[in-house]
Design a protein around this ligand. Structure first.
Ligand code: GNR
Ligand code: NI
Length: 171
């Protein structure tokens, strides 16, 4: 297992549409292990493969509520198959947009279909933080970031801040 570097704004790889996983190979298992390790170390509650520069439809997540209890989860080729009319607001953050948090409104409940690391297909109903997080992560697989849901003013402000920071870091 290894901790990988997380890419941040304005890295254009974050806008790629990730490719479906055709076969669960030892390399995919190793990648999922590295993603879990990287996610816990960050720390974050979810990670999409593109955040470590791998454009594959693979997500890791741990939204366990109990302090000290781990619930590491892997989602392969996840899809949202239905969404509630009801919406809910959560303050979101993203490991690829460090130290920036804003409220985002999304469907409160979703039904998700995915494959686990053994290739078994599951369908689950998600609500609360799980629903928010799975939507945030599936957005990453489609090149979408939570700042895309904010006003143009807020989005431009955060994009500019990260573009400037990258320019300064490169000098
Ligand atoms: O760690 C994370 N916390 C979080 C909080 C609210 C809504 C979504 C998230 S996901 C984020 C990690 C991340 O960037 N995943 O892509
Ligand atoms: Ni994110």
């Amino acid at each position: 297992m290894a901790i990988r570097d997380i890419i941040i704004l304005p890295d254009t790889q974050l806008r790629l549409v990730s490719k479906p996983i055709e076969k669960i190979t030892p390399e995919i298992r190793a990648l999922a292990d590295d993603m879990l390790e990287t996610m816990y170390e960050a720390p974050g509650i979810g990670l999409a493969a593109i955040q470590i520069a791998q454009p594959l439809r693979l997500i890791t997540m741990d939204v366990s509520k109990k302090e000290g209890e781990k619930d590491p989860r892997v989602f392969i080729n996840p899809e949202i198959i239905s969404s509630s009319e009801e919406l809910s607001v959560y303050e979101e953050g993203c490991l690829s947009i460090p130290d920036y948090y804003e409220e985002v409104e999304r469907p409160a409940k979703v039904r998700v279909r995915f494959m686990d690391i053994d290739g078994k297909v599951h369908e689950e109903d998600a609500d609360g933080l799980y629903a928010t997080c799975i939507q945030h992560e599936i957005d990453h697989l489609n090149g979408v970031l939570f700042v895309d849901y904010l006003s143009k003013l807020k989005r431009d402000r955060v994009m500019k801040k990260f573009t400037k920071a990258a320019r300064l870091a490169a000098k």
